[in-house]
Design a protein around this ligand. Structure first.
Ligand SMILES: O=c1[nH]c(=O)c2ncn([C@@H]3O[C@H](COP(=O)(O)OP(=O)(O)OP(=O)(O)O)[C@@H](O)[C@H]3O)c2[nH]1
Ligand SMILES: [Mg+2]
Length: 201
């Protein structure tokens, strides 16, 4: 089985890639499988910049093709925040519950029709001696007034998906993988997939 390294330490993302790529006969390793690998500081101002930073640093470290995901939630009423700071919105400890509480507090006075938001995902594929490929995907929705659902990770319990009539955390993993920003970005790599899993050859 072909193996692909996803440069993430986020267990929720790693699991989603495992399911998404299993369909392609690809086994996913994440940075959680390599506890001694270095941390990459996310100094970019866009999802794409951070994804490139993570993918290229790790492709150099592993001497092989690496895919990185930089993603987050943009809320219109908050001028696009938390955006690239989604993971650490309420502090360095990357606490999903605290991040959700902070967003709900900030949106306390905002009526439902103005709570529009979208998830973004930038995927960067870095291959040794090749130019890095970047694709992006989004998923549109609303921020609810309280969390609902147990599945997924991050802000999923407060992200309402109108086309499903449920929050992202109320969707099964198959349903989320059918509509998510991550799946939409990955679909854009379809044409290059054979080249990617053969590591640029
Ligand atoms: O409800 C959610 N459903 C999703 O599908 C999703 N995708 C991203 N996010 C949020 O955005 C941050 C990414 O930040 P991020 O790309 O820097 O990742 P991270 O720091 O968690 O891990 P790493 O991949 O950098 O190691 C995450 O922590 C989450 O808060 C999501 N929330
Ligand atoms: Mg990160």
């Amino acid at each position: 089985m072909k193996e692909v390294i996803i440069a993430t330490k986020n267990a929720g993302k790693a699991k989603e890639f495992q399911t998404l790529l299993a369909k392609k006969g690809v086994e996913v390793k994440s940075l959680l499988d390599f506890p001694h690998c270095p941390d990459v500081e996310e100094t970019g101002h866009t999802f794409a910049e951070n994804a490139i930073l993570k993918a290229e640093t790790m492709a150099e470290y592993f001497h092989t093709m690496v895919i990185a995901d930089d993603s987050g939630l943009s809320i219109d009423a908050l001028g696009g925040r938390p955006g690239v700071y989604s993971a650490r919105y309420a502090g360095e400890e990357k606490d999903d519950q605290a991040n959700i509480a902070k967003v709900l507090e900030e949106l306390k006075e905002v009526p439902l029709e103005k709570r529009t938001a979208r998830f973004h995902c930038a995927l960067a594929v870095a291959m040794p001696h090749r130019r890095t490929v970047v694709v992006e995907g989004t998923c549109e929705g609303y921020i609810t007034e309280e969390p609902r659902g147990e599945n997924g990770f991050g802000y999923d319990p407060i992200f309402y998906v109108p086309q499903k009539g449920k929050t992202m955390a109320e969707l099964t993993k198959e349903e989320k993988n059918g509509i998510s920003h991550r799946a939409n970005a990955l679909a854009k790599l379809e044409k290059q997939w054979n080249e990617i899993i053969n590591n640029g050859e």
